[in-house]
Design a binder for this molecule. Sequence first.
Ligand SMILES: Cc1ncc(COP(=O)(O)O)c(C=O)c1O
Length: 355
Amino acid sequence: MSGVAELARPEIRALRPYQPAAAADGVRLNANEAPWRQQWDDTPRGLNRYPEPSPQKLAAALARLYEVDASHVAVTRGSDDAIDLLLRVFCRAGVDRIVVCPPTFGMYRVAAQVQGAGVISVPLLAERDFALDSAAVVAAAGDGAKLIFLCSPNNPTGNSIPQRTVAELCTAVSGTALVVVDEAYIEFSEQASATRLLSVYPNLAVLRTLSKAHALAGARVGALLAAAEVVDLVRGVMPPYALPSLSIDAALGLADADYQACIENRIRQTRRERARLSVALAEMPAVVRVWPSDGNYLLVRFVDPAGVLRHARSRGILLRDFSAQAELANCVRISIGDPGQNDALVAALEEYGNG
Ligand SMILES: Cc1ncc(COP(=O)(O)O)c(C=O)c1O
C-alpha cells in the first residue's frame, strides 16, 4: 500500500460498494431482468440482460493496449466520466481543491464545480508557447489541492508536457495530491505515454480514451490508469452497470488482429494532414499564427475570427471559437478532418481571403 488512498474522502474510503447480481452463466433469476429479448435484438448477450458490472474482458483488453496490469485499469464512460469520478472520490465539497492550467479542457473546472470543490488556476505561459509553469503549480497545490489536472497534449493549445516535468510534480506533491495526466490525444503525439511512470509514482493517474484516435466517441469508453487502490476507490463509486453492453462489445473490437494496424494508419494520416493543413493555413493572409500541435487539431489565431467562423459556417464547416478565452484572443480550434474535408476547409478559407 502506497498511502495514496488516504488522500480520498473519508466517507468514500469507508464506503461499502453496492453488490450487483452475479454475472455468472446460469438461469438468471437474480436481477429482475426480462427473460425475453426484443425481436430485433441480435446482440451476443441480449439487451434484456444487464451488462457485466466491471467488464473484465474489456479491462484486460485495455490493460494490454495501454501496457499496464489490469489491476491498474478502471473502465470508464470516456474520460469525462473519469474526471468526474476522481473529483467525487478525492474532493470534499467546500474543503478540497483542484489545480487547473488554462487554457485547457473545460471539464476539470465543471466537474469541480459540480462537486463543490475549489479551483486554483495556474495559467500556462502564453509567452512560452503555453508551457506549464510547474513551480507555480507546486506552490498552488500547497493550498489544499487534492488533484492536479494536466492535459498532454493540451486541448486546445496542442503542446505536450515533458515526462520529466510530470515525474517532478509527482515527487513534489507526493503525500498531498494526485497528479492526473489527461492523455486523450496522446496517440497523435510523438511523446510516450506517462503510463510508464505509474509503477514509480503511486500518486499519478493517467486518463485514456477510445474517443479520439480509436474513433469510438459515440461508444463512451475510456480508462483511468492508476494505483490499484485508486482504481478500487473509483470502481466503488461507479454505478453498478455503468457501461452499456453495446459499448463493451464495440470496444472489444480492440482485440481484433487487424485493428491496431488500421488505427496506426489512421493516426499516420491524421499527422500528415495536420502538417499539410498547418502549412496551408500559415500561408494565408487571414491567419496571424498557427501553433504546432501534438493533437488532432490546430490552434489558429486569425485577423478576424468572427468573419472566418461565419464564412466557414456558410460553407457548411463548423469550427470551434476560443476567442473569448483569456490568452486565446482571436483564436479558433480546427479539428483535422479527412483529406477531402481539409481540402474543403482550405478552399473555403482561400475564398474568404479573396472575398
Ligand atoms: C483533453 C480532453 N479530455 C477528455 C475529453 C473527453 O473525452 P471522452 O470522450 O473520453 O469523455 C476531451 C474531449 O474532447 C478532451 O479534449
